[in-house]
Design a binder for this molecule. Structure first.
Ligand code: HEM
Length: 397
């Protein structure tokens, strides 16, 4: 469905159609006679109350990266960087060229729903003399049981999430932003992700992850009355209307998972694989009934099922907007695939979002024996920039 305004909008032209949940504009030159809309021309405005890349559906391709400030960059340098990055992100979101750093990688392509989302990591505040502005919510995440975190692929001063429905468009944006940061910040880590391509299914559907599950069903929805309270931070002042994002690289032990018969896989999650319907009955969109018992008196959704342990009802109302991408990154030394989920969750406050939920999942979720958390990050995501402004302006001016 086409998402509403306030940073969630998609530009649509005359003769718009819908592909995979996205409204897309018909080509302006009318070059196609078969009525197929041109995916490339769909665009998401960079400017708005919230940064783009939070409430829009996850695109087909992602580039995730973190940068560290170069010694000496300081607050002035960071201001220059955020101004420059914001200008570039706005140009690319309109499908225009990148100016001085243009490298022709995405020439011929439209914006392809490109979004660029920026976040600030905890160390950035000390390095720029802004320690007093660092929100307490950016305290390091606790170590969870069974974590195997590689710090060289974690954390960082600046987080950049690039999403687009074309792989070249996403890579182009990353490369341009990296060049533009030259002398001010260097790349600390980079990962590539993917999700469903719009138009791949008969109708817009919730995507699947690499375990084959329908994933994203019970996310907060922008139309929910409490959506903003769950997802957007109300302060400190410079962050009002922003968010906190938790990132985790979660490798899946796919060989073990696929050895499990489908009915047991379904009890691990608490939903049917074929259509994502909860084991308490109904269809994908039927509310989950955690109290429902089968004829045998056992809970329809087992005590250790992922959707029970992760549910707001089990965690004092803790909620988050999950917007992850799958990854696939070659082979491990033992010959198994290095693949899984680049978990990304936006929330108003990690202490009432990711932290309590992951504490419970690490102890009592039957899915956790098929997962390894290998990289981690927590970043403050400033509000969106108005026309002519830049991301982080209220902190850096
Ligand atoms: C729900 C898979 C990690 C929090 C779900 C669902 C699936 C799923 C299939 C059900 C459909 C849906 O509502 O989206 C996975 C996989 C993971 C993973 C494969 C790791 C690779 C996590 C983590 C968290 C989390 C790390 C948070 C700490 C949630 C929440 C729900 C959910 C809050 C919705 C529960 C509800 O209210 O019904 N997940 N998940 N998941 N997951 Fe995960």
């Amino acid at each position: 469905a086409l998402l509403g305004n306030a940073g969630a909008g998609l530009a649509v032209g005359a003769g718009a159609g819908a592909v995979g949940g996205w409204a897309v504009a018909a080509p302006r030159d009318g070059s196609r006679s078969n009525g197929a809309p041109a995916l490339g021309q769909a665009s998401v405005p960079f400017h708005g109350a919230h940064q783009a890349g939070i409430v829009q559906p996850a695109q087909a391709r992602a580039q995730l990266a973190a940068f560290d400030l170069t010694p000496g960059t300081g607050r002035d340098g960071l201001r220059r960087l955020m101004k420059g990055w914001s200008e570039t992100a706005a140009l690319l979101a309109r499908g225009e060229q990148a100016g001085a750093h243009e490298n022709q990688i995405a020439l011929d392509a439209g914006p392809c729903t490109l979004t660029v989302t920026f976040g600030f990591g905890a160390p950035l505040f000390d390095k720029t003399g802004l320690a007093s502005q660092r929100p307490p919510q950016l305290a390091p995440l606790p170590d969870f049981p069974e974590d195997t975190i590689d710090r060289s692929r974690s954390d960082g001063d600046l987080w950049v999430q690039i999403g687009a429905d074309d792989a070249l468009v996403a890579f182009h944006a990353l490369r341009v932003l990296q060049q533009q940061a030259s002398g001010l910040a260097t790349l600390r880590w980079q990962m590539s992700g993917f999700s469903r391509t719009p138009g791949a299914t008969d109708r817009p559907r919730t995507p699947r992850n690499l375990m084959g599950q329908v994933d994203g069903t019970n996310n907060p929805r922008p139309a929910d009355p409490d959506f903003a309270a769950k997802v957007f931070a109300d302060g400190p002042g410079w962050l009002a209307g922003g968010s906190y994002v938790v990132f985790r690289r979660i490798r899946m032990l796919l060989d073990n998972w696929e050895n499990l018969p489908t009915d047991r896989q379904e009890r691990v999650i608490g939903r049917r694989k074929v259509d994502g319907a909860p084991l308490s009955g109904g269809t994908e969109s039927t509310p989950v009934d955690l109290a429902k018992q089968n004829g045998d008196g056992l809970l329809a959704i087992p005590v250790d099922a992922h959707i029970r342990v992760a549910a707001p009802a089990s965690n004092g109302g803790a909620a988050m907007l999950r917007r992850g991408f799958s990854f696939q990154d070659g082979l491990l030394p033992d010959g198994s695939l290095d693949a899984g989920l680049l978990f990304i969750a936006f929330q108003a406050d990690p202490a009432h979002g990711f932290i309590p939920v992951q504490r419970r999942l690490a102890r009592g979720d039957s899915l956790s024996r098929f997962l390894r958390h290998e990289a981690s990050g927590l970043y403050a995501v400033p509000p969106g920039a108005p026309q002519g402004g830049y991301v982080g302006q209220a902190l850096l001016e």
